[in-house]
Every structure is written in structure tokens, then in C-alpha cells.
Design a protein around this ligand. Structure first.
Ligand code: KIV
Length: 298
């Protein structure tokens, strides 16, 4: 197995032009698959509020939930760096609360870094968390926790003023101590300029090809939701189709009585079971069906 990925690995990847591969994961099984497939970073995104919990935003996700999912992902990971999102209102109210919550993600969730959304206004929070030796990934552009402020999930930084603000925020986040930055939902030319200007790696989602790495929500890249296909998502598989087919085949076999067959059933030496309790006398209890079902036919 290759060496474990750290924040220093990612910096070297930027310097050498080796793209960073990041994907979200919310449980140990998915984490194991993506880790084995060669992910550099697994993000326990608060997108779990939408794709796992079925909410229409990430806002209801709690610290306890992030800690729970992070710990599961870490248990399934050997090589990748696991980054955990700080959920809405876990870092906005005060610097002290932000540091405590970031600390929980590391001590209970066992992640190697946390991610938080927002620009220069969070520089003090980022400095305080990094001072506690917790690496921080920033997140600019379309920041889902600000859905109400943005007026929806809309591309950010399209005009010159908005683009300049994102570039200035990116510089502020680097100065505050972020080791990397997610750029979400911004024009590719803006992402190119931010990436060129920073010495920390940028990781894009809906931000074009010039970022130092890419991230996608795992359910999107695997094609698990046929109703969700924004422009920036490429489906690398059709798991929805495969799952429908597999589940349908299973249900058909159960209904037809062909599953489980011999291959999927346990066997033992011929045995005759004698009930230790008296046979019920009530015919409605169907004693016939409750016969010696555990052994081979006698
Ligand atoms: O929550 C998440 O999954 C994210 C990525 C989309 C970057 O923040």
C-alpha cells in the first residue's frame, strides 16, 4: 500500500502537477471502496443531509451526525486523508465553539482535517482551529450552507466584482492557514486564476479543469439518483439501474420461491427434532408449519 496521504502530500501534488482525487463518503463500506480505488481525500460532506437523510439542504445536519459518519468513514479507510465538514452553526457563532467542534471531529470522528464554508469573515475562526493543530480546508463560491443568502444553488463569481471578492477571500483563507480550498460552482476562468494565485491546492466541483484536484458527491458520480443531473456532474456508472435490476431480481426469486436455494441454505446431518414443549392444541396456531424445519428431511 502507498503511504498515507497527509496535508503535505497534497501540497506536493500541487507542486508536481499531480491532480488530487477527492470524493465524498458517508460510511465505512463506501470509504473502503474509494480508498482501494485510489482516492487521495475522502470528504465526509454535510451533503449527507441531502443524499443520505433526504433533506432539501445541508442545514439540518448536526455535529453528532457528522462525528458519527466521520468515525465510520475513518474505520473503512487505510490510505486517504479523511476530511470532515463542520456543519451549519457549528463554527459561525463563536471562535471558541468552532475550535471545540473542530476538536470533536478529530478526537471523536478521528478525521485528519475539517472543512468549513466562507471567506475572509472566517479568517479568525480558521486561524484559531489551525492553532489547535487541526488542519482546515476552506470552501468558497457556491457554499450550500448559505443557500438562503445566495437565493438558491446558483453559480457564483460570474461578474467582475463577485469574482474579485472570491479571489480576495481565497487569499485571505490561505493567509489564515487553510491547507487547501474547495471551489464550488464558479466559472472555470475564475478557478484558474485562483489556482494560479495560491500556493495551497484548490479542489473544484463545478469549477472546471484548472483546479489542482476535483471532488464529486459519490452518489452523483455513481449515478444513484436519476432525477439529479446538474451540468457539472458526470455519471461514471449507472448504479441506480444496476440496483433496480438486482433488487427486482431478488424480489422475483423470493416471490417465485427459488431463493434461497440449496446453495444458499445451511445443511446438517439428518436430525429429528423433538419439541421440548407440548404441541399447542389450538389449530389456529398452525403447529404443522412449525415442524422440524432446521434439519434435512427425516
Ligand atoms: O458537503 C459536500 O459534499 C461538499 C462537497 C460537495 C464539496 O461540501
Amino acid at each position: 500500500m502507498k503511504d498515507k496521504v497527509t496535508i503535505h502530500t497534497l501540497k506536493r501534488q500541487k507542486q508536481s502537477g499531480q491532480k488530487i482525487c477527492m470524493v465524498t463518503a458517508y460510511d465505512a463500506t463506501f470509504a473502503r471502496v474509494f480508498d482501494e480505488a485510489g482516492a487521495d481525500v475522502l470528504l465526509v460532506g454535510d451533503s449527507l443531509g441531502m443524499v443520505v437523510q433526504g433533506h432539501d439542504s445541508t442545514l439540518p445536519v448536526t455535529m453528532d451526525q457528522m462525528v458519527y459518519h466521520s468515525a465510520a468513514v475513518v474505520r473503512g479507510t487505510k490510505r486517504a486523508l479523511v476530511v470532515g465538514d463542520l456543519p451549519f452553526m457549528s463554527y459561525q457563532a463563536s471562535v471558541e465553539e468552532a475550535v471545540r467542534n473542530a476538536g470533536r471531529m478529530v478526537s471523536e470522528g478521528r478525521v485528519g482535517a475539517v472543512k468549513l464554508e466562507g471567506g475572509a469573515e472566517f479568517a479568525d475562526v480558521i486561524s484559531a482551529i489551525t492553532r489547535a493543530s487541526i488542519p482546515v480546508m476552506g470552501h468558497l463560491g457556491l457554499t450550500p450552507q448559505s443557500v438562503h443568502k445566495m437565493g438558491g444553488y446558483v453559480v457564483q463569481g460570474r461578474d467582475e466584482d463577485a469574482a474579485r471578492k472570491i479571489l480576495e477571500d481565497a487569499i485571505a483563507l490561505e493567509r489564515a492557514g487553510c491547507f487547501s480550498l474547495v471551489l464550488e460552482g464558479v466559472p472555470l476562468e475564475l478557478a484558474r486564476q485562483v489556482t494560479q494565485r495560491l500556493s495551497i491546492p484548490t479542489i473544484g466541483i463545478g469549477a472546471g479543469k484548472y483546479c489542482d484536484g476535483q471532488v464529486l458527491v459519490c452518489y452523483d458520480l455513481l449515478g444513484m439518483n436519476p432525477d439529479f443531473k446538474p451540468k457539472f456532474v458526470k455519471r461514471f456508472a449507472n448504479l441506480h439501474g444496476s440496483m433496480m435490476e438486482a433488487a427486482g431480481a431478488y424480489f422475483s426469486e423470493v416471490r417465485a420461491g427459488t431463493f434461497p436455494d440449496e446453495e444458499h441454505s445451511f445443511k446438517s446431518k439428518p436430525i429429528r427434532l423433538v419439541a421440548s414443549t407440548p404441541e399447542p392444541t389450538d389449530a389456529s396456531a398452525e403447529p404443522e408449519k412449525m415442524g422440524p424445519v432446521y434439519g434435512a428431511p427425516v
